[in-house]
Design a protein around this ligand. Structure first.
Ligand SMILES: [Zn+2]
Length: 450
């Protein structure tokens, strides 16, 4: 399948959001972007059919057998409160349907997405952090705050339009209550500190609108925090960056270290009084990519009490994929430099390069390899799930959409994880971390300034 090579909108790792001023002004909901990593929706041509369960065995991994669900795994999965750390459906809705998604009905099957209501239910998703992602290029145009607010609105609209399915959650108590009501708890995460435009006031406003985590950077370094996919500007965290962390602690907003540089990870772990999260990152020792968490940081995270929510993107978790996507970013940068005003030319050259640099998709076992490693280094209490569904272009076999989480439960069971341990991974650990962040906020001295 060639989904991962198609041109599309990009989110997560996309370093290159090539937005022309004219296009942005004309159609702010639909920037021209270059796909390069973790968000994509693909201008789909049906290729995702190659990732169906009719074709469960990854030809690149013939020794890995397909997962077959047992009644035991189904029962364990059904009893879990599954919390996923990162889903990019809101951006997909914006790119496919404009701000406010007036036409797409998520009750109907939405094959162009990884996510719709029916499949969320099949996957037994109990709570979802929806990403209020906005490309960092919007910040250069002065549009990041407007677009972030609009994306927050999309998430609230999800809950308003389908009140029998979703409900907004702002706390661990909300998540538990909504889950008991048989609904899916909707939480908001902001992906990239460019959304606050260097303003603690805006950060507080976002919290009041329901934002419960902020990823410090996306694909570009800010004055106050560094991205793993850009040159450093802050050498970790600037004095303002430390203020941002303290204010997030005071509010009870989770500090998300996906996408940031190693130096920023370590600086944030030093400053934060609350456990931190990696909302959608995996283990670097398994697949060597800067978006993944190195072992020394995993050990710091254990001491901090935080959690790595494992990303499913093949380009991060399959070792060959990690190698390919590392080169992909360099290639895209070079092409952008070479053809600064010709997106079509960049696109064609990139597609040609991508064809020559294919890599295997991996399978459910690949995801569990990352979970196993994090458990070995940091412990069973420090791992969770952050799929990146609807933000990535290539996914492991049998893990092609939000209906597929039960396969993960089966694979964990087969690796020897107990029911209690599986429940921690699926959501219990995130609840604990979020609860600890709430407790830090509750204890914060009244009237203090960051
Ligand atoms: Zn991302």
């Amino acid at each position: 399948m060639t989904v991962y090579h198609t041109w599309s909108s990009v989110n997560c790792l996309a370093l290159l959001t090539l937005i022309t001023t004219a296009t942005l002004m004309a159609t702010a909901q639909r920037p021209l972007t270059v796909f390069c990593g973790c968000h994509t929706t693909v201008e789909t041509t049906g290729e995702s059919g190659a990732m169906t369960m009719d074709n469960p065995a990854d030809p690149a991994s013939p020794k890995r057998r397909a997962i077959i669900l047992t009644d035991q795994a189904r029962a364990i999965h059904r009893e879990a409160l599954l919390i996923d750390g990162h889903n990019d459906l809101p951006w997909e809705l914006r790119t496919k349907d404009g701000p406010g998604f007036r036409h797409i009905d998520l009750r109907r099957p939405q094959k162009q997405f990884h996510t719709d209501i029916q499949r969320l239910k099949q996957g037994n998703v109990g709570a979802q952090f929806w990403s209020a992602y906005v490309p960092v290029s919007f910040a250069r145009k002065g549009l990041a705050v407007k677009a972030t607010l609009e994306q927050i609105d999309v998430i609230h609209e999800l809950a308003r339009r389908y009140p029998d399915v979703f409900a907004m959650a702002y706390s661990t108590a909300d998540i538990r209550r909504i889950h008991q009501q048989g609904k899916i708890a909707c939480l908001i995460g902001i992906e990239g500190g460019h959304a606050i435009d260097n303003s603690l006031e805006l950060l507080r406003c976002y919290y009041r609108l329901g934002v419960r985590y902020m990823t410090l950077t996306h694909t570009e370094s800010l004055d106050w925090a560094d991205s793993c996919s850009d040159v450093p500007k802050a050498q970790g965290l600037s004095a303002f960056g430390a203020q941002v962390i303290r204010e997030m602690n005071r509010l009870g907003m989770l500090v998300d270290l996906s996408h940031v540089s190693d130096a920023t990870m370590k600086a944030a772990l030093r400053v934060s009084k609350a456990p931190v999260i990696f909302s959608h990152s995996s283990a670097r020792a398994v697949a060597d990519h800067p978006r993944n968490v190195p072992d020394d940081v995993l050990r710091l995270l254990r001491d901090n009490g935080g959690i790595v929510m494992v990303n499913f993107y093949s380009g991060f978790i399959v070792p060959e994929g990690a190698r390919a996507t590392r080169r992909m970013f360099e290639t895209l940068r070079e092409l952008q430099r070479k053809y600064p005003d010709d997106e079509q030319r960049v696109r064609e050259a990139y597609q040609q390069w991508a064809k020559q640099n294919d890599y295997p998709a991996g399978d459910v076992h690949t995801i569990v390899d990352h979970i196993d490693h994090i458990v070995r280094v940091a412990g069973i209490d420090h791992v969770g799930l952050g799929s990146d569904f609807d933000g990535v272009s290539k996914l492991p076999y049998q893990m092609h959409d939000v209906s597929c989480y039960p396969y993960l439960t089966q694979a964990l069971l087969e690796r020897g994880y107990s029911r209690e341990q599986i429940h921690k991974i699926l959501g219990g650990n995130l609840l604990r971390v979020f609860g600890a962040a709430e407790a830090v906020a509750a204890r914060w001295p009244e009237g203090s300034t960051p």
